[in-house]
Design a binder for this molecule. Sequence first.
Ligand SMILES: *[C@@H]1O[C@H](CO)[C@@H](O)[C@H](O)[C@H]1NC(C)=O
Length: 243
Amino acid sequence: MLSKTFLLALAAAFTAVAQNAAYAQCGGQSWTGSTACVSGYTCKSSSAYYSQCVLSSAVIGSTLKATTTKSPAAASSIAASSSGNAPSGQTFKASFTEYGSGDSFGSGNCNTATTACGFYTSPGYSAAVSQAEFGVGPGAGAGPACGSCWKLTIQTDSNGKKVSNAGNSIVVQVTNLCPASGNPLCAQNGLSGTNQYGANLNFDTCIDSKASAALFGSSGVALGVGTAQEVDCKGNWSGTVVH
Ligand SMILES: *[C@@H]1O[C@H](CO)[C@@H](O)[C@H](O)[C@H]1NC(C)=O
């Protein structure tokens, strides 16, 4: 019979060489596991919270794709009927954060096709939404909320103090997941659950899509509280979806 010591030693040896499988999580704010990927795959950050092993060639491919100019006709590919878990039209209390190039977590460009949804917007405002609305967890790819559009209105800072641009609204399209694990802001228990700011939903606006600058404006805050209402993309959101 194998001794417990032997099993532990075996487990330790396994951990030391652990390489994450294709499309598995390999990093993120609360990630404590290996950041290595199996041969042919590269660990690519898609947000402050999530990095995934993607095909090494796909990393190069997405960089090339980002510089390709899309014709305006591509705008017709907007997923107007996606809705995630929330009934369309309902107004939720929401908190707003920002992620992407230049944030305090050292995130990479958030406007790339390595998002959980597998597409991005260029031009056009985008955001990651909290997991209960997104519909699936990390590593599960696109959730039902991918492609849904939301009108975000900022009212206060994190202390409930009215911001200088209170009432400012933008419409974002959901392109990514804000995972519940390790992120109290995005860990609401269902759509009636709340985070530490009393918000049912958190929208982590993508800096690189210019959504963060448009929402926070000159308020001087990077974490705000207000409301979010799902709207039809068509007629409310402007931009182009890039796959
Ligand atoms: C914006 O969205 C609302 C709610 O989904 C919809 O009723 C309205 O027609 C849209 N606006 C335009 C201009 O299409």
